[in-house]
Write a protein that binds this ligand. Structure first.
Ligand code: ADP
Length: 502
């Protein structure tokens, strides 16, 4: 049974930040919202109020888009690629310099363990910005050899140039707030775009810290604007705004579809990073010493509130008992607690509503006849905790195996088939296609399975390898487009072709 840790207290610096009179970040200034309204921010580990932030609405989105347009057409367009790069590097350095505060705010706001926040903000915050800072000076067009016969003098030159797409609306979720903000801002700025960011209403704090750091880095006014607000209100206004050229969204598939419809008004470009229900396929020859912790980490990282989570285990029947027993044992040893408590392995879920949703799925799992091997309950007391839960003997006909739960619930089913196509068909039996992994020592089996699984990322003997340079994104209803890597820059650029006839 998982131990539940208690007590954590924020540092004086964090307390000072939380107590501030927070405002919207528009045109490089901290400003009040057009209509006075607030969002109360709570600590999911204690359910206590952490801070009050202003609630931006459509009028504030209008102001922010106007500021982003002004910067895009003005000062930002005059800054050359070397200087853009330097500004991004400066921002990355400032994140490193403010790491403790960033980590603490992220942990308090989201609930993730301190170590997870530190790792993610260092690697996918600061280093991700540096990665894209490096791209500023490497955005290249092409020269295209074409027939010159139309040219009066028989000579012509055709070349392409990659131009920034314009004003980007970025709408992000609550599961990894600071890095989600950076995943959008860094490639947009590297490409020469400007941004209006709407953080999730549940977790706006690190986005506000980012506003401070963007200012300190000397990034010109209006290049990044930050408007906390609700999805149906500020988010919908941003997605539909005629002054926005592209919307970059991470969140649920359901909301992704709404964004797409809202974006149709001015046919703005859209990239969507949506849900997942990723398969984790274990063959009998796999190294079980790596499989067991790999499966537990893959499923329970961020309390399972992670679109890449390995939520569906397909395990060969010869090793099914051993693997599921091993995962259950390991998961039961995880300590639940506030992210700031020294030894927490797993934090709380983001909200009471999310916990109810997850518990509803657990109930459905029990009723559908799946075998509960560990967890299945929420510890009593404060905080939205749910014990890591493993169901065995699931099938793809069950709701828990089909739908994205976004909580610490793992489904395991066995296979006996030596027909890899049949195994892959089960792995592909969802609307999603984001991540996935294959565990075997047989190089042919591994690569054949990689070919057969329809996901944007399929790893071998690891799950969800993430690096700023590795493209990431979904197939089918997991999304449109890719983030990370060189491909992550493309959605922020448009191509202009020019022909000169001599
Ligand atoms: P999650 O379930 O991870 O919170 P959501 O898809 O509900 O994901 O929310 C992700 C982001 O989308 C949040 O910032 C939220 O405010 C925003 N959002 C929710 N509904 C809408 C909407 N109709 N239009 C635009 N943004 C929205």
């Amino acid at each position: 049974m998982n131990a539940v840790l208690q007590s954590h207290s924020p540092s004086a610096t964090a307390r000072e930040f939380l107590a501030r009179r927070h405002r919207l970040f528009i045109g490089g200034q901290w400003v009040d919202p057009a209509e006075k309204a607030d969002i109360e921010v709570f600590d999911p580990a204690t359910e206590e109020r952490l801070a009050t932030v202003p609630r931006g609405g459509p009028k504030d989105i209008d102001r922010a888009v106007a500021a982003a347009r002004k910067a895009f057409e003005g000062e930002w367009s005059k800054i050359n690629s070397h200087d853009r790069s330097k500004l991004l590097f400066r921002l990355a350095d400032l994140i490193d310099a403010n790491m403790n505060l960033a980590v603490e705010l992220e942990v308090l706001d989201n609930g993730m363990p301190r170590m997870v926040a530190h790792y993610s903000i260092a690697k996918f915050g600061a280093d991700y910005i540096r990665y894209y800072g490096g791209w500023c000076t490497k955005i290249l067009g092409e020269t295209i050899p074409v027939s010159p016969q139309d040219a009066p003098n028989g000579e012509s030159l055709t070349y392409t140039r990659r131009e920034p797409i314009g004003v980007v609306g970025a709408i992000i979720p609550w599961n990894a707030p600071m890095i989600m903000a950076i995943l959008k801002i860094a490639p947009a700025l590297a490409a020469g775009c400007t941004v209006v960011l709407k953080p999730a209403e549940l977790t706006p704090l690190t986005a506000l810290l980012l506003g401070d750091l963007i200012r300190q880095a000397g990034i010109p006014d209006g290049v990044v604007n930050i408007v906390p607000g609700y999805g149906h209100d500020a988010g919908a206004a941003l997605a539909a705004h005629d002054g926005v050229d592209k919307v970059a969204f991470t969140g649920s598939t359901e909301v992704g579809k709404k964004i797409l419809l809202a974006a149709a008004g001015n046919l703005k470009r859209v990239t969507l990073e949506l849900g997942g229900k990723s398969p984790f396929v274990v063959f009998p020859d796999a190294d079980l010493g790596r499989v067991i912790p790999g499966a537990a980490r893959g499923a329970f990282f961020l309390q399972g509130q992670n679109c890449m989570a390995s939520t569906r285990l397909f395990i060969h029947e010869d090793v099914f008992e051993k693997v599921t027993r091993g995962i259950a044992q390991l998961a039961s040893s995880f300590r639940l607690g506030p992210g700031l408590a020294q030894d927490s392995d797993l934090g709380p879920l983001i909200s009471g509503e999310q916990r109810e949703r997850v518990m509803g799925y657990i109930d459905a799992g029990r009723k559908s006849g799946a075998e509960l091997l560990c967890g299945g309950d929420a510890p009593p007391g404060k905080g939205h905790f749910v014990r890591p839960t493993l169901f065995a003997r699931t099938s793809m006909d069950m709701k828990i195996a089909r739908e994205e739960i976004f909580g610490p619930v793992l489904c395991a089913q066995s296979f006996s088939d030596s027909d890899l196509k049949a195994v892959a068909a089960e792995a592909n039996r969802t609307i999603y296609g984001l991540s996935g992994s294959v565990w075997t020592r047989d190089i042919s089996t591994a690569h054949r399975m990689v070919n057969l699984i329809d996901s944007g990322q399929v790893s071998i003997n690891c799950h969800a390898a993430v690096d700023p340079a590795i493209p990431f994104g979904g197939n089918r209803q997991s999304g449109w487009g890719r983030e990370f890597g060189r491909e992550g820059l493309d959605p922020y650029l448009k191509t202009k072709a020019t022909t000169v006839m001599f």
